[in-house]
Design a protein around this ligand. Structure first.
Ligand code: COA
Length: 207
């Protein structure tokens, strides 16, 4: 089980690069992001929102918005990838993940702003999530997508996921991957901090 300390969320920021080499900051969402997060979801195309939530919504319903902002609650986390645009920190992608400790799995879903799709952001974000999953002690990570979502299916295939039927919903397909992260290969602040705090908990543990 993880011993991440969430008091100061900023310490868990990571930097990702788009395929063109632009740098994005990836960090846990904070209460100050409420408006910007809703703006991000409202600005997604109908199709992207439908693909992300498997239903027609125009913004995050109140309960879901509340859940998105509760980082660490019931082992669920939300991260945003941001970029400075005209002096404002703008959300260009988001991901939500949940650790299922009983099965050592990490479930996730994500989206990228339509204007930023095709820049390799989801590819980089999924690598980052893999690193976070390893930091939390997960052995597999998985997500669900609509069978019609060719983009996500192609992305998952390229990222090394295998496909299985969804247990309850024939419209969905589940993609699953065994986690094999070498921490030195993927810079990820949350991994390093988790590893350090584990060392502190158990000085003889090698990480
Ligand atoms: C699926 C999604 C997250 C991909 O994000 P992205 O940042 O555009 O993905 P990347 O740029 O990393 O692309 C990775 C791969 O996806 C595939 N892909 C990207 N755009 C595609 C398109 N328009 N059609 C088919 N495949 C596509 C390609 O295989 C691509 O690899 P390549 O560029 O080497 O060919 C994004 O399209 C999105 O937010 N969609 C709406 C929400 C959603 O579907 N979420 C998934 C379910 S939780």
């Amino acid at each position: 089980m993880s011993s991440l300390r969430l008091e100061d969320l900023k310490q868990y920021s990571d930097t990702l690069q788009t395929r063109q080499g632009e740098r994005l900051n990836v960090r846990f969402v904070e209460p100050r992001d409420t408006e910007e997060l809703q703006h991000y979801f409202r600005s997604l195309s109908n199709r992207s929102r439908y693909s992300r939530f498997f239903g027609a919504i125009s913004e995050l319903p109140k309960g879901l918005l509340h859940d998105f902002l509760e980082v660490g609650e019931r082992d669920r986390f939300t991260v945003v990838a941001t970029k400075m645009v005209d002096g404002f920190e703008t959300i260009v992608a988001e991901a939500r993940y949940a650790l299922h400790a009983e099965t050592s799995t990490l479930e996730f879903g994500l989206s990228v702003d339509d204007r930023w799709q095709g820049h390799g952001i989801a590819t980089a974000l999924m690598k980052n999530l893999e690193c976070r999953a390893a930091a939390l002690g997960a052995e597999h990570m998985f997500g669900d997508t609509l069978r019609s979502n060719e983009t996500m299916i192609s992305l998952a295939r390229k990222s090394g996921f295998a496909f299985v039927n969804h247990p309850d919903d024939w419209k969905l397909v589940r993609f699953d991957k065994e986690i094999s992260v070498a921490p030195k290969d993927i810079p990820c602040a949350s991994w390093r901090l988790a590893a350090l705090s584990r060392q502190a908990d158990s000085p003889s543990a090698s990480v």
